[in-house]
Design a binder for this molecule. Structure first.
Ligand code: AMP
Length: 250
């Protein structure tokens, strides 16, 4: 069984991103970039399926600038067998990525496509759902458990207020939530081996996909600054302030 994993090169989760002075966007010039954390979880799940003898091949795919090669090399070091870079300098919105991934899925015919539930830079949480829609495939977003048996997958999903378990036929699209697994670190020997694994490059044009943005960002703003707290002398004052100032007590 072939598994395709989508890995995005995103701003590293340790970076605190600043809004540009003119409010048009965030400033990501010279900031550290890494594999989107949910995509590390997606990769780990694919590797576990391979270790369990269920998956036979893992293909990592990334769309974006040439430096996405680094992200793909990380995926190869984690256990992907080969990688595909869809190279473009264009700004990619989730619909464009979903169309690009759909084109690769048509070429590769994987039984399972695993994405992260969300990219931590655009916070869109759309690509997996759009991909399944474009390909008319069953989907299980926000997966916290995945069991593959024969041509079926049983997925436990994180939903508001609980867990939902669904069964679906393969091929299918799954998006990884935080509790699906704890991703491993790549070992040095595997980082070295990853350098020799195949990494093919294609382009949106070759795949016949129009990646023109459909959405326009009007404004980007910092969240409001939190006011400093105060220390109250006793419980009576606390209750009085909650009642009369914060007005959260009746
Ligand atoms: P989003 O819908 O942008 O929040 O992204 C959800 C998931 O789609 C990510 O966790 C990735 O698995 C995948 N994805 C988004 N953008 C890209 C990209 N440029 N290249 C590869 N995968 C992507």
């Amino acid at each position: 069984m072939k598994v395709l994993v989508a890995v995005k090169r995103a701003v590293d989760y340790n970076v605190s991103v600043r809004v540009k002075a003119d409010g048009t966007d965030v400033d990501i010039a010279n900031v550290k970039m890494s594999m989107n954390p949910f995509d590390e979880i997606a990769m780990e799940e694919a590797v576990r399926l391979k270790e369990a003898g269920i998956a036979t091949e893992i293909v990592a795919v990334s769309a974006g600038v040439a430096q996405c090669q680094e992200t793909l090399r990380s995926a190869l070091a984690l256990g992907a067998d080969r990688a595909i870079l869809i190279e473009t300098n264009a700004e990619l919105q989730p619909l464009a990525v979903a169309k690009l991934l759909a084109a690769v899925v048509k070429q590769e015919s994987p039984s399972l496509v695993i994405l992260g539930k969300q990219a931590i830079d655009d916070d869109a949480n759309q690509t997996g759902q759009m991909l399944a829609g474009l390909l008319d495939l069953p989907q299980a977003p926000f997966a916290s458990k995945l069991v593959v048996e024969g041509d079926k997958a049983t997925v436990t999903r994180e939903v508001d207020g609980g867990l939902e378990t669904i069964s679906m036929g393969l091929p299918a699209v799954v998006t990884a939530d935080l509790r699906l697994n704890e991703p491993r670190y790549a070992t040095l020997p595997n980082i070295m081996k990853a350098k020799k694994k195949p990494l093919d490059t294609t382009t949106p044009e070759t795949l016949g996909v129009d990646v023109a943005p459909r959405l326009k960002t009007l404004k980007v703003a910092e969240p409001p600054v939190r006011k400093a707290g105060i220390i109250v002398p006793d419980v009576a004052t606390l209750v009085e302030k909650l009642r009369n100032e914060a007005k959260v007590l009746g």
